[in-house]
Write a protein that binds this ligand. Structure first.
Ligand SMILES: NC(=O)c1ccc[n+]([C@@H]2O[C@H](COP(=O)([O-])OP(=O)(O)OC[C@H]3O[C@@H](n4cnc5c(N)ncnc54)[C@H](OP(=O)(O)O)[C@@H]3O)[C@@H](O)[C@H]2O)c1
Length: 306
Protein backbone atom coordinates (compact mmCIF):
# COMPACT_ATOMS: atom_id res chain seq x y z
CA UNK A 1 0.00 0.00 0.00
CA UNK A 2 1.50 3.41 -0.91
CA UNK A 3 1.93 6.22 1.59
CA UNK A 4 -0.91 8.73 1.66
CA UNK A 5 -0.10 12.18 0.26
CA UNK A 6 -2.29 13.62 3.02
CA UNK A 7 -1.21 11.45 5.93
CA UNK A 8 -2.71 11.53 9.40
CA UNK A 9 0.12 12.61 11.68
CA UNK A 10 0.87 11.44 15.20
CA UNK A 11 3.38 12.46 17.87
CA UNK A 12 5.05 10.39 20.56
CA UNK A 13 6.53 13.01 22.87
CA UNK A 14 5.07 16.47 23.44
CA UNK A 15 8.19 18.50 24.19
CA UNK A 16 9.84 21.53 22.59
CA UNK A 17 10.22 20.09 19.09
CA UNK A 18 6.86 18.28 19.00
CA UNK A 19 4.94 21.40 20.03
CA UNK A 20 6.42 23.42 17.17
CA UNK A 21 6.18 20.76 14.45
CA UNK A 22 2.64 19.70 15.39
CA UNK A 23 1.43 23.33 15.40
CA UNK A 24 3.19 24.03 12.09
CA UNK A 25 1.74 20.95 10.39
CA UNK A 26 -1.76 21.74 11.68
CA UNK A 27 -1.44 25.31 10.40
CA UNK A 28 -0.41 23.95 7.01
CA UNK A 29 -3.61 21.88 6.88
CA UNK A 30 -2.29 18.46 7.91
CA UNK A 31 -4.38 16.45 10.34
CA UNK A 32 -2.44 15.91 13.55
CA UNK A 33 -4.57 13.10 14.87
CA UNK A 34 -3.02 11.73 18.05
CA UNK A 35 -0.38 12.59 20.59
CA UNK A 36 1.00 10.84 23.63
CA UNK A 37 3.74 11.65 26.08
CA UNK A 38 5.35 10.36 29.26
CA UNK A 39 3.03 12.56 31.32
CA UNK A 40 -0.66 12.74 30.31
CA UNK A 41 -0.55 16.48 31.12
CA UNK A 42 1.98 17.27 28.34
CA UNK A 43 -0.01 15.24 25.82
CA UNK A 44 -3.31 16.84 26.82
CA UNK A 45 -1.79 20.34 26.58
CA UNK A 46 -0.46 19.74 23.09
CA UNK A 47 -3.66 18.05 21.88
CA UNK A 48 -5.75 20.95 23.21
CA UNK A 49 -3.71 23.39 21.14
CA UNK A 50 -4.45 21.53 17.89
CA UNK A 51 -7.72 21.12 15.97
CA UNK A 52 -9.27 17.62 16.21
CA UNK A 53 -6.26 16.08 17.96
CA UNK A 54 -6.65 13.53 20.74
CA UNK A 55 -4.29 12.84 23.61
CA UNK A 56 -4.05 9.05 23.69
CA UNK A 57 -2.87 6.72 26.42
CA UNK A 58 0.31 5.35 24.93
CA UNK A 59 2.63 5.18 21.93
CA UNK A 60 0.81 2.17 20.46
CA UNK A 61 -2.42 4.18 20.31
CA UNK A 62 -0.60 6.82 18.24
CA UNK A 63 0.58 4.14 15.79
CA UNK A 64 -2.98 2.79 15.56
CA UNK A 65 -4.39 6.24 14.71
CA UNK A 66 -1.81 7.81 12.40
CA UNK A 67 0.07 7.20 9.14
CA UNK A 68 3.25 9.16 9.88
CA UNK A 69 4.38 8.93 13.50
CA UNK A 70 7.02 11.32 14.82
CA UNK A 71 9.07 9.95 17.69
CA UNK A 72 9.89 13.24 19.39
CA UNK A 73 11.41 11.93 22.61
CA UNK A 74 14.93 12.18 24.09
CA UNK A 75 17.41 10.28 21.93
CA UNK A 76 18.10 7.65 24.59
CA UNK A 77 14.41 6.62 24.55
CA UNK A 78 13.87 6.38 20.79
CA UNK A 79 15.00 2.75 20.36
CA UNK A 80 13.16 1.41 23.42
CA UNK A 81 9.88 3.02 22.38
CA UNK A 82 10.28 1.96 18.73
CA UNK A 83 10.91 -1.65 19.79
CA UNK A 84 7.72 -1.69 21.88
CA UNK A 85 5.47 -0.85 18.89
CA UNK A 86 3.35 -3.24 16.85
CA UNK A 87 2.42 -2.50 13.24
CA UNK A 88 -0.87 -4.11 12.16
CA UNK A 89 -0.62 -6.64 9.35
CA UNK A 90 -1.93 -5.26 6.05
CA UNK A 91 -1.16 -1.57 6.53
CA UNK A 92 2.50 -1.63 7.64
CA UNK A 93 3.98 -0.22 4.43
CA UNK A 94 1.54 2.70 4.50
CA UNK A 95 2.80 3.65 7.98
CA UNK A 96 6.03 5.51 8.68
CA UNK A 97 7.86 5.79 11.98
CA UNK A 98 10.18 8.79 11.94
CA UNK A 99 12.55 10.16 14.55
CA UNK A 100 13.68 13.77 14.77
CA UNK A 101 17.22 13.37 16.04
CA UNK A 102 20.31 14.60 14.24
CA UNK A 103 22.78 12.27 15.91
CA UNK A 104 20.85 9.02 16.38
CA UNK A 105 20.95 6.50 13.53
CA UNK A 106 17.70 5.60 11.79
CA UNK A 107 18.80 1.98 12.43
CA UNK A 108 17.36 2.25 15.96
CA UNK A 109 13.97 1.97 14.22
CA UNK A 110 14.96 -1.40 12.68
CA UNK A 111 12.37 -3.27 14.79
CA UNK A 112 9.57 -1.32 13.07
CA UNK A 113 11.17 -1.85 9.67
CA UNK A 114 11.38 -5.60 10.31
CA UNK A 115 7.59 -5.56 10.75
CA UNK A 116 7.21 -3.85 7.34
CA UNK A 117 6.79 -0.23 8.46
CA UNK A 118 8.68 2.57 6.70
CA UNK A 119 11.29 4.26 8.82
CA UNK A 120 13.07 7.58 8.50
CA UNK A 121 14.73 10.63 9.99
CA UNK A 122 13.36 14.19 10.00
CA UNK A 123 15.89 16.48 11.67
CA UNK A 124 15.19 20.22 11.81
CA UNK A 125 18.37 22.31 11.97
CA UNK A 126 16.82 24.64 14.49
CA UNK A 127 17.14 25.18 18.24
CA UNK A 128 13.64 24.71 19.69
CA UNK A 129 13.19 26.79 22.81
CA UNK A 130 9.61 25.72 23.50
CA UNK A 131 8.47 29.26 22.65
CA UNK A 132 5.24 29.50 20.62
CA UNK A 133 7.07 31.82 18.21
CA UNK A 134 9.19 28.85 17.10
CA UNK A 135 6.41 28.04 14.59
CA UNK A 136 7.17 31.27 12.69
CA UNK A 137 10.90 31.27 13.34
CA UNK A 138 11.47 27.81 11.88
CA UNK A 139 10.49 29.07 8.40
CA UNK A 140 13.64 29.41 6.30
CA UNK A 141 15.54 26.73 8.23
CA UNK A 142 16.55 23.39 6.76
CA UNK A 143 15.24 19.95 7.66
CA UNK A 144 17.38 16.90 6.94
CA UNK A 145 15.54 13.85 5.73
CA UNK A 146 16.77 10.27 5.62
CA UNK A 147 14.33 7.70 4.19
CA UNK A 148 13.47 5.53 1.18
CA UNK A 149 12.57 7.64 -1.89
CA UNK A 150 8.78 7.52 -1.38
CA UNK A 151 8.93 8.43 2.30
CA UNK A 152 11.65 11.03 1.60
CA UNK A 153 9.29 12.73 -0.88
CA UNK A 154 6.51 12.82 1.71
CA UNK A 155 8.81 14.08 4.48
CA UNK A 156 10.16 16.69 2.05
CA UNK A 157 6.60 17.92 1.43
CA UNK A 158 6.04 18.11 5.21
CA UNK A 159 9.27 20.10 5.65
CA UNK A 160 8.27 22.52 2.90
CA UNK A 161 4.83 22.92 4.51
CA UNK A 162 6.73 24.41 7.49
CA UNK A 163 8.51 26.81 5.12
CA UNK A 164 11.78 24.86 5.43
CA UNK A 165 14.35 23.77 2.86
CA UNK A 166 15.11 20.06 2.55
CA UNK A 167 18.49 18.34 2.85
CA UNK A 168 18.94 14.61 2.28
CA UNK A 169 21.48 12.57 4.19
CA UNK A 170 23.01 9.11 3.89
CA UNK A 171 22.92 7.54 7.35
CA UNK A 172 26.64 6.71 7.45
CA UNK A 173 27.47 10.41 7.64
CA UNK A 174 25.27 11.32 10.62
CA UNK A 175 28.08 11.87 13.14
CA UNK A 176 29.99 14.34 10.96
CA UNK A 177 26.77 16.01 9.82
CA UNK A 178 25.49 16.56 13.34
CA UNK A 179 28.90 17.33 14.86
CA UNK A 180 29.71 19.97 12.23
CA UNK A 181 26.32 21.66 12.74
CA UNK A 182 27.49 22.49 16.27
CA UNK A 183 29.77 25.14 14.82
CA UNK A 184 26.59 27.15 14.12
CA UNK A 185 25.11 26.47 17.55
CA UNK A 186 26.91 25.38 20.74
CA UNK A 187 30.39 26.09 19.37
CA UNK A 188 29.36 29.62 18.43
CA UNK A 189 28.39 29.98 22.10
CA UNK A 190 31.69 28.40 23.15
CA UNK A 191 33.56 30.94 21.00
CA UNK A 192 31.64 33.78 22.69
CA UNK A 193 32.44 32.23 26.09
CA UNK A 194 36.15 32.33 25.18
CA UNK A 195 35.83 36.01 24.28
CA UNK A 196 33.96 36.65 27.56
CA UNK A 197 36.69 34.86 29.56
CA UNK A 198 39.38 36.99 27.97
CA UNK A 199 37.46 40.24 28.31
CA UNK A 200 36.80 39.39 31.98
CA UNK A 201 40.57 39.69 32.55
CA UNK A 202 40.20 43.26 31.18
CA UNK A 203 37.41 44.11 33.61
CA UNK A 204 34.31 43.54 31.41
CA UNK A 205 31.58 41.29 32.77
CA UNK A 206 29.64 38.81 30.63
CA UNK A 207 26.65 41.13 30.16
CA UNK A 208 28.93 43.87 28.79
CA UNK A 209 30.67 41.37 26.53
CA UNK A 210 27.42 40.05 25.11
CA UNK A 211 26.00 43.55 24.66
CA UNK A 212 29.09 44.41 22.62
CA UNK A 213 29.65 41.17 20.72
CA UNK A 214 26.16 39.86 19.91
CA UNK A 215 25.41 42.73 17.50
CA UNK A 216 28.81 42.07 15.94
CA UNK A 217 27.89 38.41 15.53
CA UNK A 218 24.52 39.46 14.05
CA UNK A 219 26.32 41.68 11.52
CA UNK A 220 28.70 38.84 10.66
CA UNK A 221 25.78 36.48 10.02
CA UNK A 222 24.12 39.08 7.80
CA UNK A 223 27.36 39.62 5.88
CA UNK A 224 27.76 35.83 5.41
CA UNK A 225 24.21 35.66 4.08
CA UNK A 226 24.84 38.49 1.64
CA UNK A 227 28.42 37.72 0.55
CA UNK A 228 29.20 34.12 1.52
CA UNK A 229 31.97 33.07 3.92
CA UNK A 230 34.91 34.27 1.82
CA UNK A 231 33.31 37.63 1.02
CA UNK A 232 32.30 38.29 4.63
CA UNK A 233 35.72 37.58 6.14
CA UNK A 234 37.12 40.59 8.00
CA UNK A 235 39.92 41.22 10.49
CA UNK A 236 43.73 41.08 10.30
CA UNK A 237 43.84 37.89 8.20
CA UNK A 238 41.53 39.31 5.54
CA UNK A 239 43.65 42.48 5.34
CA UNK A 240 46.97 40.63 5.34
CA UNK A 241 48.20 42.40 8.51
CA UNK A 242 50.98 39.91 9.30
CA UNK A 243 52.78 41.96 11.96
CA UNK A 244 49.53 42.62 13.80
CA UNK A 245 48.62 38.92 13.72
CA UNK A 246 52.02 38.04 15.18
CA UNK A 247 51.45 40.42 18.10
CA UNK A 248 47.95 39.01 18.64
CA UNK A 249 49.19 35.42 18.69
CA UNK A 250 51.89 36.40 21.20
CA UNK A 251 49.25 37.98 23.47
CA UNK A 252 47.21 34.79 23.38
CA UNK A 253 50.31 32.71 24.16
CA UNK A 254 50.81 34.80 27.26
CA UNK A 255 47.34 33.69 28.45
CA UNK A 256 48.30 30.00 28.21
CA UNK A 257 48.67 27.22 25.67
CA UNK A 258 44.92 26.43 25.62
CA UNK A 259 44.00 29.99 24.51
CA UNK A 260 46.86 30.19 22.02
CA UNK A 261 45.98 26.83 20.49
CA UNK A 262 42.32 27.74 19.99
CA UNK A 263 43.20 31.15 18.54
CA UNK A 264 45.82 29.69 16.21
CA UNK A 265 43.52 26.91 14.99
CA UNK A 266 40.74 29.40 14.25
CA UNK A 267 43.29 31.66 12.53
CA UNK A 268 44.30 28.70 10.38
CA UNK A 269 40.67 28.33 9.23
CA UNK A 270 40.46 32.09 8.57
CA UNK A 271 43.66 31.83 6.47
CA UNK A 272 42.03 29.06 4.41
CA UNK A 273 39.08 31.35 3.74
CA UNK A 274 41.39 34.22 2.79
CA UNK A 275 43.24 31.96 0.32
CA UNK A 276 39.96 31.39 -1.52
CA UNK A 277 39.70 35.10 -2.32
CA UNK A 278 40.14 36.19 -5.90
CA UNK A 279 43.06 38.39 -4.80
CA UNK A 280 44.43 36.87 -1.56
CA UNK A 281 46.73 39.13 0.51
CA UNK A 282 50.39 38.41 -0.42
CA UNK A 283 51.38 37.97 3.25
CA UNK A 284 49.26 34.83 3.77
CA UNK A 285 52.26 32.46 3.69
CA UNK A 286 54.08 34.49 6.35
CA UNK A 287 50.90 34.57 8.45
CA UNK A 288 50.52 30.84 8.03
CA UNK A 289 54.13 30.27 9.22
CA UNK A 290 53.72 32.37 12.36
CA UNK A 291 50.41 30.64 13.13
CA UNK A 292 51.99 27.21 12.67
CA UNK A 293 54.88 28.16 14.99
CA UNK A 294 52.39 29.28 17.68
CA UNK A 295 50.50 26.01 17.35
CA UNK A 296 53.65 23.92 17.63
CA UNK A 297 54.76 25.77 20.80
CA UNK A 298 51.25 25.40 22.27
CA UNK A 299 51.16 21.66 21.55
CA UNK A 300 54.65 21.28 23.01
CA UNK A 301 53.52 23.04 26.21
CA UNK A 302 50.34 20.88 26.35
CA UNK A 303 46.98 22.60 26.43
CA UNK A 304 45.09 22.17 29.63
CA UNK A 305 42.05 24.39 30.16
CA UNK A 306 42.90 27.44 32.21
N1 LIG B 1 15.18 20.87 21.04
C1 LIG B 1 15.85 21.01 19.90
O1 LIG B 1 16.36 22.09 19.66
C2 LIG B 1 15.97 19.90 18.89
C3 LIG B 1 16.43 20.21 17.61
C4 LIG B 1 16.49 19.21 16.65
C5 LIG B 1 16.15 17.91 17.00
N2 LIG B 1 15.74 17.62 18.27
C6 LIG B 1 15.39 16.21 18.59
O2 LIG B 1 14.01 16.14 18.90
C7 LIG B 1 13.79 15.09 19.84
C8 LIG B 1 13.00 15.66 21.01
O3 LIG B 1 13.75 16.70 21.59
P1 LIG B 1 13.05 17.86 22.45
O4 LIG B 1 14.07 18.94 22.55
O5 LIG B 1 11.70 18.17 21.95
O6 LIG B 1 12.96 17.16 23.87
P2 LIG B 1 12.10 17.63 25.14
O7 LIG B 1 11.67 19.04 25.03
O8 LIG B 1 12.86 17.17 26.33
O9 LIG B 1 10.79 16.73 24.99
C9 LIG B 1 10.83 15.35 25.05
C10 LIG B 1 9.40 14.86 25.18
O10 LIG B 1 9.43 13.43 25.17
C11 LIG B 1 8.60 12.98 26.22
N3 LIG B 1 9.07 11.67 26.66
C12 LIG B 1 10.22 11.37 27.32
N4 LIG B 1 10.29 10.04 27.52
C13 LIG B 1 9.17 9.51 26.99
C14 LIG B 1 8.65 8.20 26.90
N5 LIG B 1 9.33 7.15 27.38
N6 LIG B 1 7.44 8.01 26.29
C15 LIG B 1 6.75 9.06 25.79
N7 LIG B 1 7.19 10.34 25.85
C16 LIG B 1 8.38 10.55 26.44
C17 LIG B 1 8.67 14.04 27.30
O11 LIG B 1 7.57 13.83 28.09
P3 LIG B 1 6.86 14.74 29.19
O12 LIG B 1 6.75 16.13 28.65
O13 LIG B 1 5.51 14.11 29.25
O14 LIG B 1 7.68 14.62 30.42
C18 LIG B 1 8.71 15.31 26.47
O15 LIG B 1 7.40 15.74 26.11
C19 LIG B 1 15.17 14.55 20.21
O16 LIG B 1 15.44 13.40 19.42
C20 LIG B 1 16.12 15.66 19.81
O17 LIG B 1 17.42 15.21 19.47
C21 LIG B 1 15.62 18.58 19.23
Amino acid sequence: MPLSATPRLGFIGAGRLARCLAAGFARAGYAVQAVTSRSPHSAAQLAAALPHCRAVADAQAVVDNADVIFLAVPDDNIGTIANSLHFATGRQDSIALVHCSGATSVDVLAGAHAQGARIGGFHPLYLFSGDEADVERIAGCSITVEADPELAALLGALARALGCAVLTLAGAHRMLYHGAAHYAASFALAALAEAADIWRTLGFDEAQTLRALLPMLGGTVQAARAKGLVGALAGPVSRGDAALLERQLASFESLGADHAMLYALMTRRALSLARRREHPPPSLDAMSDVTQATLERAFARGASAS
